[in-house]
Each structure stands twice: as C-alpha cells, then as structure tokens.
Write a protein that binds this ligand. Sequence first.
Ligand code: SF4
Ligand code: SF4
Length: 129
Amino acid sequence: MKIVLKFPQKVMQDPLLADVVLETGVRINIDRALVDATIGEIVIDVPDERVEEVAEAFRRRGTEVREMDMPVVLDEAECVQCGACVSVCPVEVFTYNKDRSISIDFTRCVLCKTCITMCPHGAIKTAEE
Ligand code: SF4
Ligand code: SF4
C-alpha cells in the first residue's frame, strides 16, 4: 500500500527513512519525493501487512502519515472523456477505452497531481478536498 508522509520542518534534517528501515527491517520503495527547506512530502510503497508498523514508526518520529486508499477522486459527471489525464499521468493510472470511457487504477497513483492541473473540467480532485 502507498502512504503519504509529511515531515514538519523541525524533523527535516533527521534521517527518518533510514531510521524506520533499520527499526522495522521493512524495504520501503520511494514513489515520489518533494523535499526542500520548508516542506517534506514523500509517497512510499510498503507491503500491505507491514503498513501499520511502518506508519506507527513514522508517527513516533513526528511525521504526519496518511494511507492512500483513494488518492484522487474522479467526478464522472464533470468528465468529458477528453483523454488529457491519460496522456499526462506518468504511471498510467488512466486507460482510454474503445467506448471512450476512462478506466482507472488508483493503486498506481503517486499523487503527483498533474492530472488535477491538466483536467480542463476540474473533474479530478485529491481525496482530501
Ligand atoms: S482530463 Fe478530466 S475531463 Fe479529460 S478525461 Fe480526464 S477526467 Fe475526464
Ligand atoms: S495524481 Fe499523478 S500519478 Fe496520480 S492519477 Fe494523477 S497524474 Fe497519475
């Protein structure tokens, strides 16, 4: 399962990922990272059976943790099947079907939010909105 980690500035200099890997022994795959002097947001992929253990280890270190069951939401009433999201998604979440409908595999999403920016009808939002 993918989870989103948000690091507050006070722990930005700490090697949190390395510490959690050493503590849990879980191999963590980094899908996306946005880190600078003011913000740290990372999407990681963790084996389903170890998610709670890893999430708790990050929370103990002052990290905000959110599981990505449904990272983005599609409003089908607003979608005009233009296909823009299919083109821009870097991990092929969207598939354009022969009948012009859009199929979605949100388990692949890394929350880059490109589809949200590019959708001309505002049909895609993050699950938090
Ligand atoms: S970009 Fe928006 S309107 Fe176009 S197919 Fe995707 S969700 Fe629908
Ligand atoms: S947020 Fe990024 S990875 Fe997720 S569906 Fe949109 S374009 Fe694809």
